[in-house]
Every structure is written in structure tokens, then in C-alpha cells.
Design a protein around this ligand. Structure first.
Ligand SMILES: [Zn+2]
Length: 325
């Protein structure tokens, strides 16, 4: 198990947390919680990020027109759901919000390489599953899932015929990932989501899901885990039957938690942990490498939920030598 983190993930921006339920410093909070609980194991598992993803690199998965439009603060205000951003100079938004996100995108690729080398890796940021090739939304500007899959193929770490299992348990449907891989049938999408919240409008995205698991209103932990256990093993077995699954990307939003401002589901902290361990165990017993991304989480407890899973994974999966790339 490897843990990818840099302090540059943390967004510090004129009190952004007062305008959006997003905890913009949750990555650092999770990192420090891990230090308090399992400091030595955390440091052994730690892998840093050398530099942020460049715009040239991001252009492999986003249209140049979209990247150009991001220079307009009004476009950024809409994507980030922060109306006050439209009155700020673009350079400030780039430095304080988009630059941390570019570090996170790079970190997701670092973590994916580590997963391929050692079996399990977790990035402490990333999981921007609403960003589409030609537009951003839902606080997601750059799609790190599309970026890591594209990059691993370009580096020949994933073969041209290797399959990718994308498993999304964030409360919101991962519409950006569906659009990014709309015509790429080597990527298989499993998505358990609350169908009554954003992005419910996006029917095209939902049609792309190979195994959709729409959750009932106020879904409890017991219901959630029952649905997961009755659908995920069959999904994984069916995609492995006719081809090699080279990698799984696990987009593990903690906004399924009962205290979350946006997810509107009803899982306790121990249910979130049980969910994460179940997904990762299902993949590891099948020999599939897995990279985990924390994705959305909009409560004061989000950082703690991410740290809980990281502690359990550090205890369960030993840390081998790191990739040098
Ligand atoms: Zn979410």
C-alpha cells in the first residue's frame, strides 16, 4: 500500500470554505490525522509528487477550447460553484485553486503507477469525476481519472487491450468519467449513486454506466452494503471473463456519510470504512491493482473518514518499494 500526498494539494483561498461546503484543507487534515495515529507506517508508505500536471498534459484529455475558456473568471466561477470568483483576477484563481488541483491530478497518476507496481495505492486528493473533456462542473475542473488512464497507456504501463474497471461510490454520479470514456469500451463503469441529486440531469452519462446501482432515498449502511455485495462481484467477474483487467480506479467519495451536506444518504462512519475495504478486497482477491481516490466529501468529518480507510489499508496491505519513474 502506497500513500500519495503533497502539502500543495491544500486549497487556501480567501476563506473558500465559507462559500462552499467543501473542506478545502481536508487533505492536510487527513495527512496529519494519519501522522497522529500511524506516523511511522504513514511515512514508510508515503510517495511525493514531483510537479503539477501541465496544461499540455491536460490537453491529452481536455479540449484546447475548454482549457482556453478557463482563463475567464466567469467560467471558473461556474465550474467551482463559487459566484464571488467571477470578480477575482484569473491569476489568483489559477494560483490558489487550479494549481492545487493540477498537483492532485499529477498525484493520481503517481498513485496509479504505484498501484500497478505494488497492488494498492491511495492518493489523498483527486477523484474529480464531474469534469468532462470540453467543460467542467461540480467543483471538478480537470478529470484525473481520464488523465491517469490515458497516461498509463501512453507509458505502456497499461497494454492497448487491458481493461480498466472504474468503480464510483461517491454519492454523486460520475458523469464526467462517463463522458470521457463514452466511446472507449475498454473502460467498464460501475457506479452506485444517489439518483435524486446532481447530476440527475445528465441522462447521457447514466446511459454509459455498465453497472448502475441507483440508491434508495436515505439509504442506510446496511442497505448500501447489501446492494454493493449483490452487484460488485458479478460486475468484476463478468468483465474479467473475456479480457485482462489491468487496473481498477476506485473513486471513493465520502459524501455518502449521514452528516454530509450534499450526498443525502445515511451511512455511518463504520459503514464508509466497510464499503472501502469491501471494494478493495474484492479487487485484490481477483489480483486487480487498485488506485483509490477520495473524491467528494462535504462534512467536517470527511478528512477523518478518508484517514480511517487509509489506516485500515496500511494495516492490511504491506508497503513494498516504490516505483522510480
Ligand atoms: Zn460527490
Amino acid at each position: 500500500m502506497k500513500l500519495v500526498y503533497t502539502r500543495r494539494y491544500n486549497i487556501g483561498f480567501f476563506g473558500v470554505e465559507r462559500f462552499h461546503p467543501f473542506d478545502s484543507r481536508k487533505y492536510g487534515r487527513a495527512w496529519r490525522a494519519l501522522g497522529r495515529e500511524v506516523g511511522r507506517a504513514r511515512n514508510r508508505a508515503w510517495v511525493g509528487v514531483p510537479r503539477p500536471a501541465s496544461l499540455t498534459e491536460l490537453a491529452t484529455v481536455h479540449t484546447s477550447d475548454y482549457l482556453k475558456r478557463l482563463e475567464d473568471p466567469r467560467v471558473l466561477a461556474r465550474v467551482l460553484e463559487l459566484p464571488f470568483v467571477r470578480r477575482l483576477p484569473a491569476w489568483a484563481v489559477w494560483r490558489f485553486v487550479l494549481r492545487p488541483m493540477r498537483w492532485a491530478v499529477a498525484g493520481s497518476l503517481v498513485a496509479a503507477r504505484e498501484a500497478l507496481a505494488g497492488g494498492v495505492a491511495m492518493n489523498l486528493s483527486g477523484g474529480y469525476h464531474h469534469a468532462k473533456p470540453g467543460s467542467g462542473e461540480g467543483f471538478c475542473v480537470f478529470n484525473d481519472v481520464a488523465y491517469l488512464v490515458h497516461s498509463l497507456r501512453a507509458e505502456s504501463r497499461l497494454g492497448p487491450d487491458d481493461r480498466v474497471a472504474y468503480i464510483d461510490t461517491d454519492a454523486h454520479q460520475g458523469n464526467g468519467v462517463c463522458h470521457a470514456f463514452r466511446d472507449d469500451r475498454r473502460v467498464f463503469v460501475y457506479d452506485a449513486f444517489n439518483p435524486r441529486i446532481y447530476p440527475a440531469y445528465d441522462r447521457d452519462a447514466r446511459d454509459r454506466i455498465d453497472c448502475p446501482v441507483p440508491l434508495p432515498a436515505d439509504c442506510t449502511g446496511a442497505e448500501y452494503l447489501r446492494l454493493l455485495e449483490s452487484t460488485l462481484p458479478g460486475f468484476l467477474d463478468s468483465i474479467a471473463r473475456t479480457g485482462r483487467v489491468g487496473l481498477a480506479v476506485y473513486n471513493a467519495g465520502t459524501d455518502v456519510f449521514a452528516g454530509d451536506a450534499l450526498g443525502r444518504l445515511n451511512l455511518a462512519a463504520e459503514d464508509v470504512l466497510a464499503r472501502d475495504l469491501y471494494v478493495i478486497d474484492q479487487l485484490r482477491t481477483r489480483g486487480v491493482p487498485v488506485v483509490m481516490l477520495p473524491s467528494g466529501g462535504y462534512s467536517r468529518e470527511s478528512y477523518r473518514l478518508v484517514a480511517n480507510t487509509a489506516v485500515a489499508l496500511l494495516n492490511r496491505y504491506a508497503s513494498g518499494p516504490s516505483v522510480t519513474s
